[in-house]
Structure formats: structure tokens, C-alpha cells
Design a protein around this ligand. Structure first.
Ligand code: SF4
Length: 364
């Protein structure tokens, strides 16, 4: 059997030596912004920590970038493989414009290979293997406005690999009064991340486990790089929330929950929302069960006991930990049921009952 990457390479369309009119995908193709030119028409991609070194007419690991004669190109600019209008709570972002909708888009490809991926049909394929709609950045902002979405969300697959599109769309959105949020695994280099932080309004990072072993075996990435990303986002001042998908037997030990909570408190403070989400068997981990609610309760109890103020439980509709509780008076300030906001008891970002400031982005 061919290894997966080799198999995908064998399916690739021929490369075009130049961006001429014969290229059917030319409108989706733009020169990449983060790479170095090397001798013999090779390039080194500087977008994510993988730092692929790529020969002429080859692609990077993510399958979304291609070397054409020593110039590196993104093949997914404005090439939208999935779009939906979602509640912002579905991202999940709980301290960012609660109760509003986000115009959400993704392109094909990803720079990691999570065995539990929920969107593998677009993340684990090459751009030409899925249908796409051409939506340039300005049109994206207009679509969001027309559909009463105060924000654009770059989500489903991995926005890092379509960074050029994210950066330009976020700028166009800002000019049109539309905010931008990024939903990412956080496997990105410092310079593209800094540029992203300057343009977007919130970033949610999936911390897939708190062990390098898990990242190596289940994700094919590196925890350390993701933690560096989160610290940098926090320093930049962009609103940030964290999600941890709790997978039975793989990342559900007390030690891991405690290690994560202590790291968050030490590096980011107690106010960064941390969501423990229920796993449902997907993709290559169909052999594992759904996470018991008792495990999620245990994770939350540990994070609470370490002093984090906003610890949520996700994918369990009706759980009290879906709502935002004021850390001072212990009353509910944002009442949720699933992705629906049932009550908002905030006044200019403060608890309506005791006036405690609740961190987040609360007004449009
Ligand atoms: S973004 Fe893609 S091409 Fe660039 S280093 Fe990462 S996996 Fe490789």
C-alpha cells in the first residue's frame, strides 16, 4: 500500500510551469508570502514549523502550496471549499460577541494529520480534489454583511495554510466593519502569526493534548510550537480562547489536565477561557468511545481547583458549564443552551449583578 502522502501526490494534477491562461486554477493562485528562495529553484516554506524544503514542481506537506520554477505559490487563495453561517458559540468562542453569527469559510488542506479530524474530507485532500467557490476577500466581507454576520471565521480545516487569504480578507473585513476570528491548531511560525494578530480580532487554538507523545503519534505536530503560539497571541492582545478535545485513554489523565491548567495560569493568567470538549468517534479513531461526561467534569474540577476562572464543558448540550459564570458573585452572566444564548446579563462587559469585569469582546 502507498503511504498516504505518496498516494495524494500520485493524484495531483500536473504542475504548470508558469501562471499562464492555460492554468484552470490561476484565479486561486497567488505568490506565497512566507518563504525563502534556495539554490537550484528550491524553496523553504516559512509559514509553519514544518519548514518544508521543496523542489521545483513539488508541493509542501499541506498540499496547498507549490513550487513553480523557484517561486512558491498558494493554490487556495479565495478557493472556498466549505462555507456556512454558524453561531459564534459553535467555534467555540464564548467571550466574543455572544449570540451572533459568523460567516465561516475553509479551503482544502492542512499542515497536520489529526487522527480524530472532524473535517478530514476537506483537510486531508488536495485543493483540486474537492469542489470550490471563488470568493475574493472583498466579496467575503460583503457576504458577511449581507447575512448579518458581524464576523468572518476562518475555520473547519487549518487557516494557517491559507494565511494569505486570511490576511487579505481580515483587512477587507476591517475596512467594511466586519471582524475576523481564526480557529486553528496553532502550528505556525512567529512572523506569519504576528501579521495575523495585527489583522484579526480573536483566535481560538485547539490544544490537542498536553504531551509531545500525543502530538507525535496522533497529530504529527509539536506541542511546544503550539504553546509558543498561544503565548505570542496572549502578548499581542488579540482575544484568545483554548479548546481541549478530551479523548478517552489518549489525553484524559489527571496529570495532563493539571499540567495544562497550571501552564495556562502561569503563562496566560486565569482569565483565558478553557473549553473541555466531548470527543465523538471520527475518522481514524472510530474505535474509541464518546467521552463520558464524568471525565469532562473531572477535567473541569481540576482546572477550577487550579484557579482558572472560565472553564467550560463543550458538546454536552444542557450542561451547566456551557454558561459563563461570574467568578466573583457566582451568578450566570451568559446563559447558553447548546449554541443558543438564552440570556445575557452583562453591562458594558461587567457582571450586571456585582459589576465584576468579565474579559472578552462584548460589543459590536
Ligand atoms: S505551510 Fe505547508 S508547505 Fe509550508 S511548511 Fe507548513 S506544511 Fe510545509
Amino acid at each position: 500500500m502507498l503511504p498516504r502522502r505518496r498516494f495524494l501526490q500520485s493524484l495531483a494534477l500536473p504542475c504548470f510551469p508558469c501562471l499562464g491562461a492555460t492554468d484552470p486554477d490561476a484565479r486561486y493562485t497567488i505568490e506565497a508570502r512566507f518563504y525563502d528562495k534556495l539554490p537550484y529553484k528550491k524553496i523553504k516554506c516559512k509559514l509553519c514549523p514544518r519548514e518544508c524544503v521543496i523542489d521545483d514542481r513539488e508541493r509542501g506537506y499541506c498540499g496547498a502550496r507549490e513550487n513553480r520554477g523557484g517561486v512558491y505559490y498558494s493554490l487556495v487563495y479565495s478557493r472556498v471549499a466549505a462555507s456556512h453561517i454558524d453561531p459564534i458559540e459553535k467555534k467555540p468562542l464564548f467571550h466574543f460577541l455572544p449570540g451572533t453569527m459568523a460567516f465561516s469559510v475553509a479551503t482544502a488542506g492542512c499542515n497536520v494529520n489529526c487522527k480524530m479530524c472532524q473535517n478530514w474530507d476537506i483537510s486531508q485532500v488536495r485543493p483540486e480534489q474537492v469542489g470550490a467557490t471563488y470568493i475574493p476577500p472583498k466579496d467575503l466581507a460583503s457576504l458577511a454583511r449581507r447575512n448579518n454576520c458581524p464576523s468572518l471565521a476562518y475555520t473547519y480545516s487549518e487557516p494557517v495554510i491559507f494565511s494569505e487569504y486570511v490576511l487579505d480578507s481580515a483587512e477587507a473585513g476591517r475596512a467594511a466593519g466586519v471582524k475576523s476570528v481564526v480557529i486553528s491548531g496553532g502550528y505556525i511560525q512567529e512572523e506569519p502569526l504576528k501579521q495575523m494578530c495585527r489583522r484579526v480580532d480573536a483566535i481560538k487554538i485547539d490544544v490537542k493534548a498536553f504531551s509531545e507523545k500525543f502530538y507525535k503519534e496522533i497529530v504529527n505536530g509539536e506541542l511546544k510550537a503550539v504553546l509558543n503560539t498561544i503565548v505570542l497571541i496572549r502578548k499581542s492582545g488579540v482575544w484568545n480562547e483554548l479548546v481541549y478535545l478530551v479523548i478517552p485513554t489518549l489525553n484524559d489523565s489527571d496529570d495532563e489536565f493539571r499540567g495544562l491548567a497550571r501552564w495556562v495560569k502561569a503563562e496566560l493568567g486565569t482569565d483565558v477561557p478553557l473549553h473541555f470538549s466531548q470527543f465523538h468517534p471520527e475518522y481514524l479513531l472510530k474505535n474509541l468511545p464518546i467521552t463520558p461526561v464524568a471525565t469532562l467534569d473531572r477535567a473541569k474540577a481540576i482546572a477550577d481547583s487550579e484557579g482558572l476562572h472560565y472553564v467550560y464543558i463543550g458538546n454536552v448540550p444542557g450542561h451547566p458549564a456551557e454558561s459563563t459564570w461570574c467568578p466573583k458573585c457566582r451568578r450566570v452572566v451568559v446563559e447558553r443552551a447548546g449554541f443558543t444564548v438564552r440570556g445575557l446579563h452583562l453591562d458594558k462587559g461587567k457582571c450586571r449583578f456585582c459589576h465584576q469585569a468579565i474579559p472578552g469582546v462584548w460589543v459590536t
